[in-house]
Design a protein around this ligand. Structure first.
Ligand SMILES: O=C(O)c1ccccc1NCC(=O)[C@H](O)[C@H](O)COP(=O)(O)O
Length: 379
């Protein structure tokens, strides 16, 4: 696995990461119980703020029992094939205290551990109630899924483009020396991008919420995906308050119950969730969750960084029928560089592509879009 300067620097930082934060697991159980009790009314969480009005049961009784089973969240996640261990969640005796917990098993686990510390610090400065109020005052969200659908219908037969604003990444290090997110965003939109993906993770991607907010306020019209590693609903409200129209929910990180819960939070805010999978087990988990509109198939393994567009083809060969039956829109993500790459994933059945590196590493990202598709996109 190629390690970048960013990854090396982060490994050094992980050693000093703060002790697990103190968010009690019981909070989740309390919310779960409250959600079950108040199925058709506004639900208040233990901080007393309104989470969302439930139009149907948020959690089945079986799921509440699961939370209250005394099993650790990591044990529940591991049973779903999730290899990312959560550090900030209290450890149960059964999980042991071995030194193995000090070293991340993958860059994704490292990102999640860093994210837990970051979110904990942000929440200390801006509690959920405050961020909910900010989100409520933000201009209404744009329809991310509708923008993709419209573009895929009028892109002269080509898939819709989600163009990514990303300065650096763990695999490639610094992608673009001269990085002006607003300039890149406008160039993308002018050259046919249907939506934009704005990296907001600072530590591993040199992104920021300031970038998201300035792009939103700069007159860009297309919907914006806050590209971050969501582990807590607080982040969804915060992204909305900064102008995001969509967020990414990564199945390799989030257990089913988190995804289900976060989908409802997104719906309550009028936002779209792009639910990302990499393998068949994750796809099958997500296909069992009601309310999923968009599935992103990441061609990059977030564990090994290997990138293979055949991943999109393989998963759609196996599950394309059920996806079409459920009218789910599929986005192929990562490792797309040429018109042949785009044609390959489109023939597999996707109607949108998410592209970063191949656009950002070229002098003119706008011309790079025409190069990627083999012709200019209609816009
Ligand atoms: O891009 C990385 O190195 C990376 C490493 C670990 C987790 C996520 C990572 N990237 C996020 C993405 O999924 C990509 O930014 C996005 O799909 C665009 O991919 P690309 O066109 O290859 O830049």
């Amino acid at each position: 696995m190629e390690t970048s300067l960013l990854a090396a620097a982060s490994v050094a930082a992980i050693a000093s990461v703060a002790a697990p934060c103190s968010r009690p697991v019981s909070l989740r159980s309390d919310v779960a119980r409250a959600a079950v009790r108040c199925r058709s009314a506004a639900t208040k969480n233990v901080q007393g703020s309104v989470l969302l009005t439930l139009d149907d049961e948020l959690l089945s009784s079986a799921e509440v029992i699961q939370w209250e089973s005394g099993k650790s969240i990591n044990a529940i996640a591991a049973a779903q094939g999730i290899r990312i261990r959560r550090r900030c969640r209290p450890r149960y005796p059964s999980e042991g205290v071995g030194a193995d917990r000090a070293v991340p098993g993958s860059i994704l686990e490292q990102i999640v551990w860093d994210k837990e510390v970051e979110v904990s610090q942000r929440k200390a400065k801006a509690p959920l109630r405050k961020v909910e109020d900010s989100a409520a005052r933000a201009p209404p969200p744009r329809d991310f899924a509708a923008a993709l659908h419209a573009a895929s219908q009028h892109n002269d037969g080509l898939p819709a483009l989600i163009a990514e604003v990303k300065k650096a990444s763990p695999t490639r290090g610094l992608l673009r020396e001269e990085f002006n997110p607003v300039e890149i965003a406008h160039t993308y939109e002018k050259n046919g991008a249907a939506c934009l993906s704005i990296l907001t993770d600072e530590k591993h991607f040199l992104g920021s919420f300031e970038n998201l907010e300035t792009v939103r306020n700069s007159g860009v019209n297309c919907p914006l995906l806050c590209k971050d590693f969501i582990i807590d609903i607080w982040q969804i409200y915060y992204a909305r308050s900064k102008g995001a129209d969509a967020v990414l929910l990564i199945a390799a990180v989030l257990p089913d119950l988190d995804i289900k819960y976060m989908l409802r939070v997104c719906r309550s805010l009028g936002m779209t969730a792009l639910v990302e999978v990499h393998d068949l087990r994750e796809l099958d988990r997500v296909l069992k969750i009601d309310g999923v509109q968009l599935i992103g198939i990441n061609n990059r393994s977030l564990g090994t960084f290997e990138v293979d567009t055949a991943n999109t083809n393989m998963l759609l060969e196996k599950r394309g029928d059920i996806i079409r039956k459920k009218k789910i829109t599929v986005v192929s993500e990562s490792g797309l560089f040429t018109p042949d790459d785009v044609a390959y994933v489109q023939n597999a059945g996707v109607s949108a592509v998410l592209v970063g590196e191949s656009l950002l590493t070229q002098e003119d990202p706008g011309q790079a879009i025409a190069g990627l598709f083999g012709k200019e996109l209609l816009h």
